[in-house]
Design a protein around this ligand. Structure first.
Ligand code: RB5
Length: 149
């Protein structure tokens, strides 16, 4: 399951992404926001990241104006690897090298078509494992140290 959230700056792209996921028959849940009224991005990042962190959802997509606030917020959650992507290359690397479980995008940076394309590239790419898994293990080790410290 993919959980999807945005603030007002990402609302329009979020609705287009949900339509794309439904067309692809991907199970998805809309965690808001529900319109263009100004809201606070950490509230929506927390809902999506908590679902991914707990394992209730396998993947998440977060969209704000730039994607920056969403990625900063989501990466506070244990086990979350949120990647802010701007183009097809970063979307592909986010999966192949970083195995990002949350995709963050900027609704005020990308066109609707660009944003949908980045979602497709990220979904269709595959994690390469190997040396990249070793690096993810090091991220997990850092996370555990920080929690203990
Ligand atoms: C909201 O104006 C804007 O700050 C937000 O959408 C996002 O870009 C934050 O990182």
């Amino acid at each position: 399951m993919i959980v999807v959230g945005s603030d007002h700056g990402g609302y329009e792209l979020k609705m287009a992404v949900l339509e794309l996921l439904r067309k692809r028959a991907v199970e998805c849940v809309d965690f808001g926001t529900d319109g263009s009224n100004s809201v606070d991005y950490p509230d929506f990042a927390a809902k999506v990241a908590a679902a991914v962190s707990s394992g209730d959802a396998q993947l998440g997509i977060l969209i704000c104006g730039t994607g920056i606030g969403m990625s900063i917020s989501a990466n506070k959650f244990s086990g979350v690897r949120a990647a802010l992507v701007h183009d097809e290359f970063t979307a592909q690397m986010a999966r192949e090298h970083n195995n990002a479980n949350i995709l963050a995008m900027g609704g005020r940076i990308l066109t609707i078509e660009q944003g949908k394309k980045l979602v497709e590239v990220w979904l269709d790419a595959e994690f390469e494992g190997g040396r990249h898994q070793n690096r993810l293990d090091k991220i997990t080790a850092i996370e555990q140290q920080v929690i203990k410290g």
